[in-house]
Design a protein around this ligand. Structure first.
Ligand SMILES: C[S@@+](CC[C@H](N)C(=O)[O-])C[C@H]1O[C@@H](n2cnc3c(N)ncnc32)[C@H](O)[C@@H]1O
Length: 197
């Protein structure tokens, strides 16, 4: 049975009515890098249960847009202009049909994580595949100058993927937010200013 530690961030999320403790990772990145701005159009991959949408919604406001996709339904009723879609990001037809009416985006976020098996190599390979697919979607969906933030488990694929991002974006940062659980191998890659091709 999975054991979830009800730590400081978990309790804080409950008190502040956020849907998940994951919100504090995005909050920290936002405080430091200001990746989200008023009126931005944001695509959130792996958005359930929706805490990143809550935080991003507060920043982009009524003139912005957030589209959240997840394998699981996102059931929360959000205040701002939010569209939630249930589906698999590896399903190309679904992604293209679902997003074509909302293009282009200013920011693509991915907090996607695979269902973990406990086998380190397999889990990091699955995380890398999710990251790679999020990167591919970002290149298709972002406008030039756009920002991509995505989670990946640190593993052998990491350096090669980071090198690929560096070719497409002017600036990259590797971030391990304070709110990341101590035992977790997850990190975030922030890529800013998508180059024009
Ligand atoms: C850590 S949770 C995201 C938490 C979210 N950022 C929040 O703040 O509420 C990771 C999500 O990735 C989703 N996910 C994993 N694989 C996916 C896939 N192939 N397509 C879409 N979503 C996926 C999972 O269903 C899960 O809800």
């Amino acid at each position: 049975m999975a054991f979830k530690v009800q730590d400081h961030y978990f309790r804080k999320a409950k008190t502040q009515h956020y849907l998940a403790r994951a919100v504090y990772k995005l909050e920290e990145i936002q405080k430091r890098y200001k990746i989200l701005r008023a009126a931005d159009r944001v695509l959130d991959l792996g958005a359930a249960p929706g805490s990143w949408i809550q935080l991003a919604g507060g920043v982009v406001g009524q003139s912005g847009l957030i589209v959240g996709i997840d394998l699981k339904p996102i059931e929360h009723a959000f205040a701002n202009r939010v569209v939630t879609l249930q589906g698999d990001i590896f399903d190309r037809e679904f992604v293209e049909a679902a997003l074509s009416g909302y293009l282009p985006f200013d920011v693509v976020l991915s907090d996607m994580a695979p269902a973990t098996s406990g086998i380190r190599v397999a889990d990091s390979a699955r995380s890398a595949l999710l990251f790679e697919r999020a990167f591919e979607i970002a290149l298709w969906a972002l406008q030039p100058g756009g920002t991509f933030l995505a989670k990946i488990f640190h593993g052998s694929e990491f350096h090669q993927l980071l090198a690929r991002l560096k070719k497409q974006f002017s600036q990259t940062r590797v971030i391990r937010p304070e709110a990341t659980r101590k035992q977790s191998r997850e990190i975030y890659i922030l890529a800013m200013n998508l180059k024009r091709t």
